[in-house]
Design a binder for this molecule. Structure first.
Ligand code: DC
Length: 243
C-alpha cells in the first residue's frame, strides 16, 4: 500500500513522491462493461490501491430511478421527467461511497428489484443523461478518479488516461449475480437472473443516446477465467503502464 504524507507532495499538486518515485496522482480511469461483469469490483479495488476517488455511475442512474418511482413520475412524459430532475440531488457518502439521494442514504434500496427492473429504461432518457453527465465530469475534473459505468470511456471522459472494458461470460455473470442476490436473501431462479441480464444488456447497448460500447482505445479485461486477485492484478498491470 502506498503511503503519502503532505511533505511528499510536490509544488505541482498532481505529483507525489511515493516509495521513492515521483508519481502523477491525477489520472482519470474509465471502466465500462455489461451488468454484473465485475467492473465496480475492479473500479473499487483500483481506487483503493491508488488512493483515488471511486464513482459508481450506475448508482446515480439507480438513485434517479428510485426518485422517479417514489414520485410516480411518468417516464414517457418529458415535462414530468424534467420537473422531477429539478427536485433531486445525487451524491455519495464520503468514505464508504453509499448512495445519497437528497441527503438520504438509499444504498440498500437502489439495489432492490423495483429499481433494478426500471433503471435501464430510465437510463435511455436523454434528458436524464444530459442532467447527470455534467455532474460526473465535475466529479472527475481534478483527476485522481476511477469511474465505472457504460459510457465513461466513450462519452463522459473520452480523454481518460486509461480505459478498461471489462467482460465475462454470460454463465459467469449469471452465477455471480445469483450468488449476490442469494447472499442478500432475495429468492430468484437462475433463469430469471439470466433473462434480466440479457434484457439489460440489450437495452443498454441498443439505446440511441450513449449506448454501451467498447471505446476504440479501451483495453479489454476478460475475467471469466480469473480469480479476484488475478483480475485486480490485470487491472493494476494496465495502470502501471500509464503511471
Ligand atoms: O451498473 P448498474 O447495473 O448499477 O447500472 C444500472 C443501469 O444504469 C444500467 O441499466 C445501465 C445504466 N447506466 C448507464 O446507462 N450509464 C452509466 N454510465 C452507468 C449505468
Amino acid at each position: 500500500m502506498y503511503k503519502i504524507t503532505s511533505s511528499d507532495r510536490c509544488h505541482d499538486s498532481s505529483y507525489y513522491w511515493i516509495n521513492g518515485n515521483l508519481r502523477n496522482m491525477s489520472h482519470t480511469i474509465a471502466i465500462d462493461g455489461y451488468s454484473a461483469c465485475g467492473k465496480s469490483t475492479l473500479a473499487k479495488a483500483l481506487a483503493k490501491r491508488l488512493g483515488y476517488r471511486f464513482i459508481d455511475t450506475g448508482a446515480m442512474y439507480r438513485m434517479i430511478t428510485l426518485y422517479f418511482l417514489r414520485e410516480n413520475v411518468d417516464i414517457k412524459n418529458m415535462g414530468a421527467v424534467g420537473g422531477a430532475l429539478e427536485g433531486l440531488t445525487v451524491d455519495f457518502v464520503p468514505g464508504n461511497n453509499d448512495a445519497l439521494l437528497n441527503g438520504e442514504n438509499v444504498e440498500t434500496e437502489i439495489r432492490g428489484g423495483a429499481v433494478s427492473g426500471m433503471v435501464s429504461p430510465v437510463a435511455t432518457i436523454s434528458a436524464v443523461r444530459r442532467w447527470i453527465v455534467p455532474q460526473q465530469r465535475e466529479m472527475g475534473k481534478a483527476g485522481g478518479i476511477v469511474m465505472d459505468g457504460r459510457d465513461i470511456g466513450t462519452v463522459v471522459f473520452p480523454d481518460a488516461d486509461l480505459k478498461l472494458f471489462v467482460t465475462a461470460s454470460m454463465d459467469i455473470r449469471t452465477n455471480r449475480r445469483l450468488a449476490e442476490l442469494e447472499a442478500k436473501g432475495i429468492t430468484t431462479t437462475r433463469e430469471e437472473v439470466a433473462t434480466n441480464l440479457a434484457t439489460r444488456d440489450h437495452i443498454d447497448s441498443s439505446r440511441e443516446d450513449s449506448p454501451l460500447r467498447q471505446a476504440e482505445d479501451a483495453i479489454v479485461v476478460d475475467n471469466s477465467a480469473l480469480s479476484l486477485e488475478a483480475f485486480i492484478e490485470a487491472g493494476m498491470d494496465e495502470v502501471k503502464k500509464i503511471r
